[in-house]
Write a protein that binds this ligand. Structure first.
Ligand SMILES: Nc1nc2c(ncn2[C@@H]2O[C@H](COP(=O)(O)OP(=O)(O)O)[C@@H](O)[C@H]2O)c(=O)[nH]1
Ligand SMILES: [Mg+2]
Ligand SMILES: [Zn+2]
Length: 303
C-alpha cells in the first residue's frame, strides 16, 4: 500500500530544477520537479509529496498564480522570475552609476502585473545625493511612487523600508552590485547565512543556476532576493500595453485624440503635450519610448 501525503508548500528557493520548499509549520525541505513542463519559481505555492526512501520531495503541481514577474527569454518567450508578488522594490545605488531605464522597466513590470512598487536608493553613506539623482527621485515621487533612500552600511532608513515591506511578499530587483543582498542581510541578520550563500553563488558562479531566495521578515511578510541583472524588460503582450507601465502616461493618454494613440508621432497627443509643458518628465517619456521600441522589435521578431 502507498500512502500519499501531498502538501501545499511555498517555494522559497529556486535553483534551476531544485527547489527549497517551506512547509506550513515553517520547516524547509528540498524538492525536485515532476516532468519537464512544470517551472515553479520563488513565491509559487506548489503541491508536493515525499518520495519513498529519499530525503527530497517531488513537486507535482503549481497552484494558480495571482501574478508573475516576467522577462522575455532569448526566443522572446515568457520567462517567469517570481510569482505572487505584492511589491516590487526597484533598487538603485549611488554606485554603480544608476541605470534609471532599468528601474523604470521594473516599475513598469510592477504596474502591468498589478503589484505595488517602491524605489530604493542605496549607499547614501557614500556622498550627498547629486542633483541629477534628486531630480529623478522627484519624478517618481510626483507620480506617487514611494522613494526610500537608505544605506545597508549605516542602517539609515532601513526601518522605513522594513515598514514598507511588512506583511507583504516583496522582491528586491536591480542592477548587480546595488546592494540587494546587503540590504536584506541588514534587515534579517539571522538569515545572513542564506543570503550569503546566494550572493557568493551569483558572484563567483559556484551555483550559476541560482535564481532567487525568499526570506521571512522579522515582523511578518517575506522578501525575495534576486540575482542582479545587466538589463531588464518585462514581457508585454502588445506594444499598445506599454503605457500601462507608466502611470502618469497612462492617465494622460485618456485625453489623446486617438483612442489607440501610442504617443510616438500622433497628432493631438496629450502625452506629448504633457511632456512639452513639463507635467510629464521628459526622462520618463524617453524611458517609455525605449520600452515601446523594444516591445515593437520583439513583437516584429517573434510575433
Ligand atoms: N558604501 C556602501 N556599500 C554598500 C552598501 N550596500 C552594499 N554595499 C556594497 O556593495 C557591494 C555589492 O553589494 P551586494 O549586496 O552584493 O549587491 P547585490 O548584487 O545587489 O546583491 C558590496 O561590496 C557591498 O559591501 C551601502 O549601503 N553602502
Ligand atoms: Mg546579491
Ligand atoms: Zn498620445
Amino acid at each position: 500500500m502507498t500512502v500519499e501525503i501531498q502538501q501545499q508548500c511555498l517555494v522559497v528557493g529556486a535553483y534551476s530544477r531544485r527547489m527549497t520548499l517551506q512547509l506550513d509549520n515553517h520547516g524547509e525541505i528540498e524538492a525536485r520537479i515532476k516532468g519537464k513542463k512544470l517551472k515553479p519559481v520563488c513565491g509559487d505555492r506548489v503541491v508536493a509529496e515525499p518520495i519513498l526512501n529519499e530525503p527530497e520531495w517531488l513537486i507535482t503541481e503549481i497552484c494558480p498564480r495571482t501574478n508573475e514577474l516576467t522577462r522575455p527569454d532569448s526566443r522572446g518567450r515568457k520567462d517567469v522570475l517570481a510569482a505572487n508578488i505584492d511589491c516590487v522594490v526597484a533598487m538603485a545605488a549611488l554606485e554603480p552609476e544608476p541605470d534609471w531605464y532599468i528601474v523604470d522597466r521594473y516599475l513598469a513590470a510592477a504596474e502591468i502585473m498589478g503589484a505595488n512598487s517602491i524605489v530604493v536608493l542605496n549607499k547614501t553613506d557614500l556622498s550627498p545625493l547629486p542633483e541629477a539623482v534628486n531630480s529623478v527621485l522627484d519624478d517618481y515621487l510626483s507620480c506617487g511612487i514611494e522613494v526610500i533612500p537608505c544605506s545597508a552600511n549605516t542602517g539609515a532608513n532601513i526601518d522605513q523600508l522594513l515598514a514598507a515591506m511588512k506583511n507583504r511578499i516583496s522582491i528586491i530587483v536591480g542592477q548587480s552590485g546595488v546592494g540587494k543582498s546587503s540590504v536584506i542581510n541588514r534587515i534579517i541578520r539571522d538569515s545572513a547565512q542564506r543570503t550569503g550563500e546566494l550572493s557568493d553563488s551569483t558572484g563567483e558562479g559556484r551555483h550559476t543556476t541560482v535564481n532567487s531566495v525568499m526570506l521571512d521578515l522579522p515582523d511578518g511578510g517575506a522578501v525575495v532576493d534576486s540575482p542582479g541583472v545587466r538589463d531588464y524588460a518585462p514581457v508585454i503582450d502588445s506594444p499598445q500595453d506599454v503605457n500601462c507601465g507608466f502611470r502618469e502616461i497612462y492617465e494622460r493618454s485618456q485625453d489623446c485624440r486617438f483612442a489607440n494613440c501610442i504617443h510616438m508621432r500622433e497628432p493631438g497627443c496629450a502625452v506629448k503635450a504633457g511632456v512639452d509643458n513639463g507635467d510629464i518628465s521628459a526622462r520618463r517619456y524617453e524611458s517609455y519610448r525605449r520600452l515601446m521600441n523594444a516591445s515593437q522589435r520583439l513583437s516584429d521578431k517573434f510575433g
